[in-house]
Design a protein around this ligand. Sequence first.
Ligand code: C2O
Ligand code: CU
Ligand code: CU
Length: 484
Amino acid sequence: MNRNEFLKNFGFGTVALIAGESLLSSCMGGMDMGESVAPIVSDGEFINALRIPETISGTSTLIAQSVQDELLTGKRVGVQSYRNGILGPTFRVQKGSIVNIAFQNKMAEHSNVHWHGLVVPANMDGHPERMIMPNESFNFQFPINQQAGISWYHPHIHKLTGKQVMQGLAGLFIVESPEEKALNLPSGNYEIPLIIQDKRLNTDGSIKYNPTMMEVMSGYMGETVLVNGTTKPYLNVATRFYRFRVLNGSSARIYNLAMSNKTDFYVIGSDGGILPQPEKVKNLMLSSGERTDILIDFSTMKIGEQVYLTSETFSTMGTSQGADSFKIIDFIVKNQESDTFKMPTSLIPVAKITGSTKTRTFALTGDMMNMNGGMHKINGKVYDGNRIDETVSLGATETWEFDNSTGDEAHPMHIHGVEFQVVSRSGGRNVIFPQEKGWKDTVLVAPKEKVQVIMKFRQQGKFVFHCHNLEHGDDGMMLNFEVK
Ligand code: C2O
Ligand code: CU
Ligand code: CU
């Protein structure tokens, strides 16, 4: 939502804009409106070798702490972290195993860990009400009962989620399986995580998270795009296929991924699983919280050539998104290598969920009259930790419809405790996209769209569902449901 739309929605007609402006500032008590969208800084050489988070097993220690890191060369600053520098390690865990993660909070503020995409018992899910206070620890123990896919983890403290994720608390959690291994996808040095985030950096190189009123509405967008915590990243590649595990770990920014040379790439997985077959695409829209598993073929390139993964402009997500096109990472072809990988024609079948016994609809709205937070609502409600908004029977299969037909902002809607499949999208873009043809837990609901998802509830207890634009979520665009 841009400034003019804000003013209109706040109840001022276009003619009254000037008068509205001063009235608005007075009723907001001098609060800084700020600007909603800053242009991306994406000029200059991509000079920093991509950082690769270390890989750890499901039996590990995870420590949230404040550490020093260098996001801009030569400028050491404080960040929040699950390891030595920004972000966290990548878990690699086998389907069917039991994880045992000793978490310690060594930060000065409360936190917790949500395993986004993993279907875990409610008391392990990092519900916003379950806080882990400074100097406390918590043992996360749960079985991995789901197919191979890309999950991730991050704090989930109501009103602090955006800040803690932006300050550096996030990491990947990869589930592997024998079925997936049998596909012989590129692995080892040819399988690379890409955690894409935008941040606002102060001139001293520190992260600035201080959303204005406008940014609570549009979502917080930074001018610097980082991959795995690396600014201006490059990766040396060989002339062969690579597999990239891509997470949009940004607060609000939606990326329209494309190769700078306009070549095709292949989507092989959605958030939580491998697709039935590879899908060849030129563009892929990824909203905050979503993951995609992609293959890129560098085999026809020559030594010394380079190609960027970029984000192209788009106009389908409201006025606060998609204005910029920019580079994300530079791939530089360094080695000639022969590649034995052949693109399979089919991957892993995804059994369609059927037999829905109930449909629930959720109206997504932005209400600009409430200046003290709670501007974004689901079914007219703002998050209340003590209220159960929906009650679901354990084992039930249901269809949930997210209705953004009156909205003018994009909402990536995420449901905890389940994996869903996208059934339909009507209005707006009107299609189910390649990266949505498998297991999902977060789905982008653009302005004018109604999106239906189907899922089976197999975990008992209290969970949340919310918009994964983290400012919208922290603003209260989140409800509780209880499975019993
Ligand atoms: Cu990734 Cu409830 O969040
Ligand atoms: Cu989640
Ligand atoms: Cu939203």
